[in-house]
Unconditional design. Sequence first.
Length: 107
Amino acid sequence: APLRTKAAEWQQLTSAIGQRAVANADEVGAAAFDYLFYCGYVALGYWWARSVAAAEASRQSQAFKDSKRETARFYFTRILPRTLAHKAAIESGAGSLMALDAAAFDA
């Protein structure tokens, strides 16, 4: 369920970035760093889910299966929520980033 939720949210974020980019091309660049992290966390969640499914269908020991499930649970409860910070940064838009004076980076 958390993975389905994140996949839907990912699609919404992608659409929102695209819609904002129509009015301001800087939106794509401003979102890029956090968007890539967001994508990575969700993609890794997908592979953890696949890993658990494969382990459950295998002939591995119950201890192995339990370990795989617990590690995936850790990922989904402790790591995947990091997408929330990246989502907030993406949704903040390009304004504060583009307000920085370019000359300040020459120092």
